[in-house]
Write a protein that binds this ligand. Structure first.
Ligand code: AVI
Length: 337
């Protein structure tokens, strides 16, 4: 999309992937037929799920968002210096686009902003607002699943370099292998530039427990919305009240596990297929991994990135990392004459 009135049709469709709804149906059926039952957390984010996640971010217990925002605000000038002049910024899981504004305000004439998100509605809304508030900034939304290889062919860099931004500790929702793959792809995609990543840190399990078991039940509603989404999109008949939100921290694995646990024996239908849940049987909906600063830097290094500055809050609850990508090959080093 150029810096013009934004149409949904201007947004690049997910490259070579099936429509999200079909993918959700196939993944849920596969999860329900398997033991243990487990589905990828990316399916939380339909319109209702995205709105519930925004509400989570504003909760007292959910320290992640406000802590990351305060780190970004405090170090915006240094981060902008590392990103450099006339950079193309590619933001993964851009969501509402609120955090990127902190960087856009500090950056010297960014060349282009490419928000990448699964939700076309989210992209459309956020891109319209950015085009309005940052005249002269080219916004080129990309509707894509960033857990898969990303093709940026339609957006040749008219910029000095390309820089990735992956905030909110969404990298914690990937397994270690997936995170390693993601960072390895970023090392190639952002050659000559770098990647800015927000990473939640290992801490007192009681703090983590509260963050994923808030008193208002917003996280529980977010978790159950996955079943609501199945009812809306897949002709399913889940009784949302029949499933309990269950989130707990595993200190050895350094992650929160989130489940929907059946409160009784029940039968559900999805796409005309029947499934029985015994009382206590669960659908595993999310892992949220917490890292140590050194552990995350080591992972980035193994993936081919060079860890640079890390900024943390005073309690050391959250971290923001600058990871430099290897330089672009020069014509001489690539063997060209
Ligand atoms: C998006 N992601 C980083 C959130 C997290 O903390 O893992 C999703 C979330 N799940 C429950 N609360 C928030």
């Amino acid at each position: 999309m150029r810096n013009l009135a934004l149409e949904v049709s201007d947004i690049d469709p997910p490259a070579r992937s099936m429509p999200a709804c079909a993918e959700f149906g196939e993944s849920l059926l596969l999860a329900l037929r398997s033991r243990p039952r487990r589905i990828a957390p990316k399916f939380f984010y339909d319109e209702a799920g995205s709105a519930l996640f925004e509400a989570i971010c504003a909760l007292d217990e959910y320290y992640l968002t406000r802590t990351e925002v305060s780190i970004l605000r405090q170090h915006a000038a240094q981060i902008a210096h590392l990103i450099g002049l006339r950079a193309e910024i590619v933001e993964f899981g851009a969501g509402s686009g609120s955090k990127i504004r902190i960087l856009l305000d500090a950056l010297a004439r960014p060349a282009r902003y490419v928000p990448v998100d699964l939700s076309v509605a989210h992209l459309d809304h956020a891109a319209r607002a950015l085009v309005h508030d940052y005249p002269g900034l080219e916004v080129a939304p990309l509707a894509a699943d960033f857990t898969r290889p990303l093709v940026l062919t339609t957006h040749q860099p008219a910029a000095n370099r390309r820089v990735g931004v992956f905030l909110g500790s969404t990298i914690g929702n990937l397994s270690l292998e997936e995170a390693h793959e993601f960072l390895g792809r970023a090392a190639v995609l952002f050659r000559g530039g770098g990647l800015l990543v927000g990473v939640d840190l290992v801490k007192d399990p009681a703090v983590l427990h509260r963050a994923y078991n808030d008193a208002q039940g917003t996280t529980a509603a977010f978790n159950r919305n996955l079943l609501g989404r199945a009812n809306r999109e897949l002709d399913a008949d889940f009784d949302l009240a029949g499933f309990r939100h269950y989130a707990f921290y595993e200190p050895l694995a350094q992650r929160i596990q989130m489940h929907l646990v059946s409160a009784r024996q029940q039968t559900v239908h999805v796409c005309q297929e029947e499934f029985v849940f015994q009382e206590g049987e669960s659908l595993h909906t999310e892992n949220s991994r917490k890292y140590t600063v050194d552990g995350f830097r080591a992972l980035a290094r193994r993936a081919g990135l060079t860890p640079g500055p890390v900024w943390c809050d005073p309690k050391q609850w959250f971290s923001v990392h600058w990871l430099a990508s290897p330089p672009r090959p020069t014509p001489a080093s690539s063997g060209a004459r």
